[in-house]
Design a protein around this ligand. Structure first.
Ligand code: SF4
Length: 486
């Protein structure tokens, strides 16, 4: 979510005449913060401290802080770091250019935090990060109240975009050559709750299936409690919806799930996976798991390990529980000592790696279609391999060689190849490429061009024509930084 908000911030600033900074010297630095991540505040204040001397040397430089941490800390940010010029919250990211202008004019800090959403972020222009893959928000906020999560208090109640607006944005991206979209929401399968259609998410997936040129549809994240069979049917029956499901488990113990205020139980979670696999046998299922939630006993933890053994996740984001100020869990008794959490975490990671490795090994010898990616493999420079994502989301490093290659393989193109080796976190295809399909996304990627989508106004009307262009290099500069998704 934050990554996509950062694209919106960059798009607005470019519309206001700013251009991306070259190197580390910028006239404006924007931090788009995430309060979900551990130590987010230490990191922010550390970064702000490092910028203090730059600001002294260049008093015209402006520093802005937005996102969840800004929504939480508000005026505290300018109290602790008085050299910050602008603080804006999660509900008014559209105000950033105005606030920068006002702070520059008045020569004083502007702090503006709203309590509810002013403009749906998707009505703002965006400078997209990728020529081939795009994020599309379908909702913001969340109506759940998980006791470890700060999102509901910072992002507010769920607000759903209308299907027409979402599809207009997807079509605008596809018109610019994008071949893959990821539908984004805190809780995608409760989409429709605001306008009274509980089947809206499945219908949206099917409608994406009608968009010519859209080759891959993904979504993140569904909530197990709201996962209905019509969504599984839509996934199975819509050819461009990828055989992949990321569904957060968080814990395998029903007692801990209850304390987390997660309204499903382990049995229900596993039964959803059974149904998904019955309908989509090649589905890769990934998850999020928290270790060491307050009150978690060794027995509870064993139950999480049991679910991990049965669920056969192809990968898992594993987190050590740590207190988030302002959440109910931070006040709970039974906080688990750090060394116990660490030890359980290591056992969980070892088990999950073993499961992932076994699941990945089953793919050795199989032919896969990859959407070639930019910069996904750290070792690619040494090995001259390239990387791509299979339809099920797995990361594959491949050797771009063979007679099937048409010219040069570029990020955004599709290749087909055969898996030769499996590791827990990636696959390798060392044989020759069996098929290569050049795409417009590949052309754009080669030319250094990324889509710039205008905002989509209410009613599904684009606020302007999407444009595609190389990053500009003139005028003043902006660097937008941020952390990952909530
Ligand atoms: S963890 Fe997800 S479902 Fe729970 S409150 Fe946070 S955003 Fe909502």
């Amino acid at each position: 979510m934050n990554v996509h908000d950062t694209e919106r911030l960059a798009g607005q600033l470019e519309d206001a005449g700013y251009v991306p900074a070259e190197g580390t010297q910028a006239d404006v630095v924007v931090f788009n913060t995430c309060a979900v991540r551990e130590n987010a505040d230490n990191k922010l204040y550390g970064n702000l401290g490092r910028l203090r001397s730059d600001k002294k040397a260049n008093p015209d430089m402006q520093i802005a802080v937005g996102g969840c941490l800004a929504q939480k800390d508000r005026g505290e940010i300018v109290r602790r770091a008085p050299w910050v010029d602008v603080v804006f919250g999660t509900h008014n990211i559209g105000s950033l250019p105005t606030l920068l202008e006002r702070a520059r004019h008045n020569r004083e800090a502007e702090v503006e935090i709203l309590e509810s959403l002013e403009t749906f972020p998707s009505t703002l222009p965006a400078r997209r990060d990728s020529a081939y893959s795009g994020w599309v928000s379908i909702s913001v906020g969340c109506n759940n109240t998980c006791t470890f999560c700060i999102v509901p208090s910072l992002r507010g109640k769920e607000r759903d975009r209308r299907p027409g607006e979402i599809l207009a944005e997807v079509e605008a991206l596809v018109a610019e050559g994008v071949v893959e979209v990821t539908l984004l929401g805190q809780n995608v399968n409760s989409y429709g709750v605001e306008f009274g259609d509980k089947y809206a998410f499945g219908k949206l997936l099917r409608a994406c299936g009608e968009i010519e040129g859209l080759e891959r549809v993904r979504f993140t994240s569904p909530h197990p409690a709201a996962f209905t069979d019509d969504v599984i049917d839509a996934m199975a029956e819509t050819p461009n919806v990828c055989p992949q499901l990321h569904m957060p488990l968080q814990a395998g113990s029903d007692r801990v799930l209850k304390a987390m205020r997660r309204s499903y139980r382990a049995k229900r979670f596993l039964s959803i996976l059974d149904k998904v696999r019955a309908a989509i046998p090649n589905a890769a299922i990934t998850t999020d798991i928290i270790v060491g939630f307050p009150g978690e006993t060794e027995e509870d933890f064993q139950e999480t390990l049991d679910v991990v053994r049965q669920a056969r996740f192809s990968s898992a984001f594993t987190f050590q529980y740590s207190k988030r100020e302002g959440t109910p869990a931070a006040e709970m008794d039974g906080q688990v000592p750090k060394d116990v959490v660490q030890e359980r975490y290591e056992r969980l990671v070892a088990l999950q790696d073993e499961v992932a490795w076994e699941e990945n090994t089953k793919l050795v010898g199989q032919r896969v279609e990859l959407l070639v990616a930019r910069g996904e493999g750290r070792k690619d420079t040494e090995t001259r391999r390239m990387s791509g994502r299979a339809r099920d989301g797995r990361l594959v490093h491949f050797t771009p060689a063979g007679e099937a290659i048409d010219g040069e393989v570029r990020p955004g193109d599709f290749v087909e190849t055969e898996i030769s080796y499996a590791a827990p976190h990636h696959l390798v295809a060392d044989g020759t490429v069996l098929a290569h399909r050049r795409t417009r996304a590949g052309d754009n990627s080669e030319a250094g061009q990324r889509p710039r989508t205008a905002g989509i106004a209410s009613g599904g009307v684009s606020l302007g024509f999407p444009t595609i262009g190389a990053p500009q290099t003139e005028q003043s500069a902006v660097a937008a930084g941020g952390c990952s998704t909530c």
